[in-house]
Design a protein around this ligand. Structure first.
Ligand SMILES: Nc1nc2c(ncn2[C@@H]2O[C@H](COP(=O)(O)OP(=O)(O)OP(=O)(O)O)[C@@H](O)[C@H]2O)c(=O)[nH]1
Ligand SMILES: [Mg+2]
Length: 346
């Protein structure tokens, strides 16, 4: 049933895609570009921008699993560009150093820095109240450049340095500041841009990984279908195995899909995930699907983990399922058929 439904949705998606990509007959050049792009994969551009010292490079270091380097960071000079792979697609990540001299330079040459951006992550240091006005003013400048370039990238505002102890001590004052900032941002972008907000901190790695994964899933065309598949699979298990949570991650620990029955399950699984990944990495295996699987029981929970490969991606993907311990063991075939479905979509 599930497989059938997913298949028909997949067909619809393929049809939609075909329809969209249908080149006009007389436009030979366009046809060639489309063909080239379909084999080479279109590269997406993600901008990290905001004032100096707001934490942009630190966020990137978390995403690159180079956390130990955060303590030694120096201000970024000009724009630093890196390419990384997400589900077989090349994504270029631009870290725009935020010192005033660089900000002035970017605004002078907007085409060079801002053009063709698919996503703009604007980082605001919420602990630096003295520079709020400056930060909002620069955000407004960046939006103006997007308007001039006639592009409307997805805007992600990271209210950064939302450290657990700071947030606890500041309480409603901090929430007040954030809602005031949201109002100002809404006035600047009006209806033209799609804006999302996240509270992030390097003291909660998940806050960064999940926000970044969320935006990648938005620019990844199959995301809706992928998400549906995971939700449906989780629900199909409910009666027999009562699945509490599922996470599918890539080799950079970025989330490809997720399901959480409730907040408690989310907390348990997201906090324990780094440990499962470390355990998995430290055990040798021959990389055959199923051979890397682990079942771990602790308290009243049971965790199933496995690694699997998909054609377009060089590195293996990782899946973790959490169920109550009291239920029956999950059948291996169920996990295998779920992995097969994912392979079909990704
Ligand atoms: N308390 C706290 N400090 C952070 C956090 N993230 C980064 N920092 C600190 O903020 C400072 C600036 O971080 P960077 O990542 O270099 O800032 P940047 O935005 O890249 O700065 P430029 O490169 O000059 O534009 C460093 O001392 C970091 O350790 C956070 O979540 N909480
Ligand atoms: Mg930097």
């Amino acid at each position: 049933m599930l497989e059938q439904k997913i298949q028909s949705e997949q067909e619809i998606l393929v049809k939609k895609k075909k329809f969209k990509l249908q080149p006009r007959k007389y436009d030979l050049e366009k046809t060639l570009i489309i063909k080239k792009d379909r084999t080479r994969e279109i590269s997406e551009k993600i901008l990290f921008t905001g004032l100096d010292n707001s934490g942009k490079t630190s966020i990137i270091k978390v995403l690159q699993k180079e956390i130990s380097q955060i303590a030694m960071l120096k201000p970024t000079r000009q724009a630093q560009r890196k390419i990384f792979e997400y589900l077989g697609r090349d994504i270029s990540e631009w870290d725009l150093g935020g010192q005033l001299k660089y900000r002035i330079a970017y605004l002078k040459e907007p085409t060079k820095y801002f053009d063709r951006s698919n996503v703009c992550i604007y980082v605001i240091d919420i602990q630096d109240r003295e520079r709020m006005e400056e930060s909002i003013s620069y955000f407004s400048d960046v939006i103006k450049e997007f308007r001039k370039l006639e592009i409307s990238p997805l805007i992600y505002i990271f209210f950064h340095k939302y450290d657990p102890t700071y947030a606890k001590n500041e309480g409603i004052h901090l929430e007040g500041l954030i809602s005031q900032l949201k109002d100002e941002i809404r006035n600047i972008v009006e209806e033209e841009f799609n804006v999302s907000y996240s509270n992030t901190t390097i003291y909660d790695l998940w806050s960064i990984i999940s926000s970044f994964s969320d935006l990648l899933l938005k620019i990844f065309p199959q995301s809706e279908l992928l998400d549906k598949t995971i939700q449906e699979f989780a629900k199909s298990l409910e009666t027999e195995n009562a699945c509490n949570a599922i996470l599918v991650l890539d080799s950079n620990s970025l989330v490809i899909g997720q399901y959480f029955e409730n907040e408690e399950s989310k907390q348990i699984l997201t906090k324990s995930t780094p440990y499962f990944l470390t355990l998995n990495d430290s055990l040798e295996g021959n990389d055959v699907q199923g051979e890397q699987s682990m079942v771990i029981e602790r308290g009243n929970k049971r965790f199933y983990t496995d690694q699997f490969r998909i054609k377009r991606v060089n590195q293996p993907l990782f899946i973790i399922l959490m169920t109550p311990k009291k239920g029956e063991h999950l059948l291996r075939e169920k996990i295998d058929s779920f992995i097969n479905l994912l392979q079909g979509i990704i």
